[in-house]
Design a binder for this molecule. Sequence first.
Ligand SMILES: Cc1cc2nc3c(=O)[nH]c(=O)nc-3n(C[C@H](O)[C@H](O)[C@H](O)COP(=O)(O)OP(=O)(O)OC[C@H]3O[C@@H](n4cnc5c(N)ncnc54)[C@H](O)[C@@H]3O)c2cc1C
Length: 597
Amino acid sequence: MDVLSPDDERREPPASVEYETVSVPVLVIGAGAAGARTAIELAERGVDSLVVGKRDHGDAHTVWAAGGINASLGSRDPGDSWEIHAADTLAEGHFLNDPSGVELVTRTMPERIRELDEWGMDFARTEEGEIDQRYFGAQSFRRTCFVGDRTGEAILETLVARARDLGIPYRENVMVTRLLSDGVRVHGAAGYEMETGEFVLFDADAVVLAAGGHSALYDRHSSRDEENTADGAALAYEAGASLMDMEFVQFHPTGMVGDRYGEEWDGRLVTEAVRGEGGRLFNAEGERFMERYSPDQMELDARDVVARSIANEIDDGRGTENGGVLLDISHRSREFVEERLPRMTERFDSLGVDLAEEPVEVTPTAHYAMGGVDIDFATGETGVEGLYAVGEVTAGVHGANRLGGNSLAETVAVGAVVGEHLAGGIDTERRDLDGGVRAVAERHFGDLAALEASDGERSPGELIAELRDLMERYAGILRDDERLARGLAELDRVREETAGLGIEGDRRGLEFELAVDLSFMLTAAEAILRSARLRTESRGAHYREDYPEVDGDWRRNVLVRRGDTGMELSTRGVGEPSPAVQAAVEAGHELEYHHLE
Ligand SMILES: Cc1cc2nc3c(=O)[nH]c(=O)nc-3n(C[C@H](O)[C@H](O)[C@H](O)COP(=O)(O)OP(=O)(O)OC[C@H]3O[C@@H](n4cnc5c(N)ncnc54)[C@H](O)[C@@H]3O)c2cc1C
């Protein structure tokens, strides 16, 4: 039983169903940095696309990105190079990354940053007028470019302005609910207008999936509740693409926690820039505990290390009453804190906390999905003809753990490549939509109408809360086989409960959106639990208490695809980096962390 069942061509389409048909050469699903950058490249090369998203233009999860975007410009540290950036990314990803993706991103990022600068992005500058760069955790040099602590918003403003200049159409408040496939290739997508409820069939020669990640599968997460709900991963999986590295979910060390901030702020991110600018972590006993876990890198060690250290402190009873630790930057001057961390200062100020004077309470929060759709980084191809993917929805660049500042980098670097590749090969001549594909869409619209009419007892919001709770309990920072098995059993129970769904209002309302989200979330949660159970080692963000060591034989990616009877898992060995990057890995560059003090 599932909320939205897979297509079954033995079913007749409903006798009458009304919908709009929109025909475009390229449909881009998602209007964050990844979708926007892809569409810009297409437009600059003369190919029309339509971008759709669930929210208003300029409102995608990207706007929440705060601290910065990586590129080896060397403004502050001339010794930096793209090869060292690549080596840092591989080391942080515990060598599970796809080297071709890593090299593409790190090699092209200086150009992508200069381009954003030309398009008007107001990067912070050094005294000499160079684009300024700050420290981010586990990087050998200062290479994170930033606009205060509102870098994501600044990027999306810049990209949206550019897209408007190029006349790229954007259709807002559209929720895509199914990719349309004839079993061989993808021909478009089906969905509905969230304000009017109207069903829409998008007929397209190519679909670019840029629908973001799935960190909101967890109870405590750093994104908005209705964003990062695994739409992209589930849509691709249903269409026959493989998901990869789903067991790797990054828990950011510093999410807000505590009575003082209130429920609505629980899990919200305190940007890594606070530690990058010198912030220190203390337990409830006043001890700067990172000295025990990582005496050299301290608070700027990799996210998985700092998050696990905090989880240990809390587990061992040295956390605060609210289950957190304290992050303190009050040793820096007020002027410095306000200038470098304006958003954080403002946010805490509105909650009655003076960041320049007192510590804030933090605890790990689900933040980023390293896993997602398996793509070829030279093209964005997913292995399903007509379907491409880019951005947080994909896997490969970050491996077992992501370097802060690398995901914004991935969106624009890979977006440019996917746009270029598609523009080179697309046949823009429109053809009539195949009747079989139309029937797939019509059956699906019938399923959506049936979902809308559900009148059971269980609300989608309640079931999502149960799903998030089980993921937090059984697939969180510390895992073992027993917990993961329990998680799968609980997941089956939640899935069965969807038979009793009841939707208040019609499909223009939030309950209907949540019911569709639930369907996506169940798929991605199952992929995470199954992949995590298969990986019998600890690596990066995946920590198994029953297998606490890295196992060299597990330098393999776990792939999940839809089989006839359910999820099919397989593994694949990881490729090797180029000689230049391998040399940088072997040189072992390392930041002298203590000069941050
Ligand atoms: C709080 C926070 C801070 C961060 N800070 C940083 C940082 O400083 N540096 C960094 O590198 N990274 C950061 N990240 C990560 C980074 O923000 C994201 O990885 C990146 O913005 C993802 O961009 P994207 O374009 O792939 O997806 P998104 O920006 O998530 O966009 C997804 C788009 O897809 C649309 N969509 C989704 N589902 C559907 C559907 N079913 N139908 C139609 N449209 C759909 C959405 O409406 C949206 O337009 C941060 C993340 C968080 C949570």
